[in-house]
Ligand binder design. Structure first.
Ligand SMILES: C[S@@+](CC[C@H](N)C(=O)[O-])C[C@H]1O[C@@H](n2cnc3c(N)ncnc32)[C@H](O)[C@@H]1O
Length: 238
């Protein structure tokens, strides 16, 4: 685990008041009318969990287009950071829990700030470090949908993410892990790890949920990034 390095990269100096900017995303109905606006606070000058990543807009769009399926479902977002997909899920009627590394409290604080900004009161924000089967992870109710946007960005963490996902899917074998990732290297693969942890994945083409665009939800973030989506489920015994 390289967390100390990540904290340095995050440039989170607790002695300096963070400077925020507010970003707004607008999700549309099929007829192009504006239907849901979500605002998120980003911390200027910092990295990782303190600003929205392109993958988050794509996953949020998937949540939005499948919103009827997630109503009243238990949804957990891993590595949520600014939490755009989780916030959209909560706005669409899911019972959402947001999480980020237990070792980055400022990130968790920003997730709480994001809930407040969107009038979401009572959304739990918990510290869950990937790969750790902690009391906080064990005490979650069975999770129907796990969300993870851009959580596969450090190859050394891939297995830790899947350990957490596999633990949750063992507790609810009909659960699903919805994840978007950015292709940063053609050498990176999780296939062997999926087999090891008894998981399987299905690709979700972006065009089926109208996310194969440079502009999405009123944002230019997706741009030219090569983003993909997959759904990971527990492998059933044959
Ligand atoms: C690339 S950012 C993506 C943030 C957000 N999901 C998005 O797409 O906008 C990766 C996120 O994973 C979190 N993270 C990094 N290492 C982690 C770990 N070991 N356990 C849990 N979360 C972690 C970071 O704090 C950050 O919020």
């Amino acid at each position: 685990m390289s967390l100390p390095m990540k904290i340095r990269l995050c440039n989170l100096d607790e002695s300096v008041s963070p400077r925020f900017i507010q970003k707004t995303f607008t999700f549309e109905n099929h007829d192009g009318t504006h239907a849901l606006m979500v605002s998120v606070p980003e911390v200027l000058g910092s990295q990782y969990g303190m600003h929205v990543w392109p993958c988050a807009v794509v996953l949020a769009q998937y949540v939005w287009t499948t919103r009827e399926k997630i109503q009243r479902k238990n949804v957990l977002e891993l590595g949520a950071g600014v939490s755009l997909p989780g916030i959209v899920a909560a706005k669409c009627g899911a019972h959402v829990t947001l999480s980020d590394s237990a070792e980055i409290p400022l990130c968790l604080e920003n997730s709480r700030r994001c809930c407040e900004l969107n009038d979401l009161h009572g959304v739990p924000v918990v510290g869950l470090t990937w790969g750790e089967i902690s009391p906080e992870l064990r005490s979650l109710p069975p999770v129907d949908i796990i969300l993870g946007s851009d959580v596969f960005y450090e190859p050394e963490d891939f297995e830790d993410v899947l350990v957490t996902v596999s633990f949750l899917l063992r507790r609810n074998p009909s659960g699903q892990f919805w994840t978007t990732f950015q292709e940063r290297s053609s050498d990176w693969t999780i296939e062997t790890l999926l087999n090891k942890w008894n998981l399987r994945c299905t690709d979700v083409p972006l065009d089926i949920f109208h996310a194969n665009k440079k502009h999405l939800a009123g944002s230019t973030l997706p741009g030219n990034h090569s983003i993909q989506m997959m759904i990971v489920t527990a492998r059933t015994k044959t």
